[in-house]
Design a binder for this molecule. Sequence first.
Ligand code: SOE
Length: 373
Amino acid sequence: MRNQKKKLNVAMIGYGFMGRAHSNAFRQVGCFFDAPYELRLKVVCGRNRSNLEAMAAQWGWEEIANDWRSVVEQKDIDIVDICTPNSVHAPIAIAAAQAGKIVLCEKPLAMNLEQSQQMANSLRNVPNLVWFNYRRVPAVALAKRLVDEGRLGQVYHYRATYLQSWGPDPVRPGAWRFKPDEAGSGVMGDLLSHSVDLALLLNGDIAELSSLIQTFGPGREVDDAVLLLTRFANGSIGTFEATRYAIGCRNRNYFEIHGSKGAIRFNLEDLNRLEFFDANDSAQVQGSHNVLVTGPGHPYTDRFWPPGHIIGYEHTFIATLADFLQCLAGNHEFHADFDDGVNVHRVLQAVEDSARSRSWMRVPGKSDRAPAC
Ligand code: SOE
């Protein structure tokens, strides 16, 4: 069976933390899922040869390369995966699309809204993905199922926080995530983009917002913390907070939704669980169900381990890739794609504008799409 599958050769540009997460997904997807393609880890590309050699040896990449421009032109490459600093997402994605490749790209999609729109327009005719991996946490997918089934009723409140603590880290001052010309923004692109993507998925469009942005690091030119108040198109209201200065919190990607019929609560630091409060439970036993989302019957879980056997961060990338490959084979729409990446940038743009002008901003609508080039 396996050797009848069509082979797709992957080139990965960039090889840091995300490069490892992606390499693992490329290697594992066919083990956990009945993937319709066999992926071959063909080329890993970056600047430092000895780091690349180590990466290739550890994760099984066949070749290393230094020049992404020639890699995206390579005839034997089918998929270009981008996990570089944000500033080079656009040129690589656009060149790869022009060369007819399938394109996978880390978040945030671009440096700003305008660039993200150019990217989405350039990639209209090629399959594409943005690695908003938290959509595929089984507990998050279960939350989406409960929302879609109407189990929360009319939503009143959406509350999201993404809290990390490494902002004051003295050994990281030169890191690319702190450089405006490489990262484009600080926590806005790095953390708030995840929270916004999940909010758009679970609660629909954000109509308007008011924000506050703060930089704590002396001399730093990117945002360290951001707060928002939002009104959603469905009439609910929301708050968001993203920061690298939440001392005591390592990677607390959290959301909570309150509706007329129930509530849900998720915390990535305990990613196998979803709390669900069902207002239809009889008053005597009302309280949160602390659901261990490892099956039976939960999204993705039959692909991993038996019920009760927990999964980790890496499985979210594997499940994302598995869904993408299924959609590719069946010619179905996949999300999150570059248009979803643009939708996140619409919100981020309004966040920047609101903080700068100290006023409420309407989030530019999907009809305000940049003209195709
Ligand atoms: C670092 O802040 C980081 O790795 C982000 O870049 C990721 O997108 C997030 O998932 C975890 O934190």
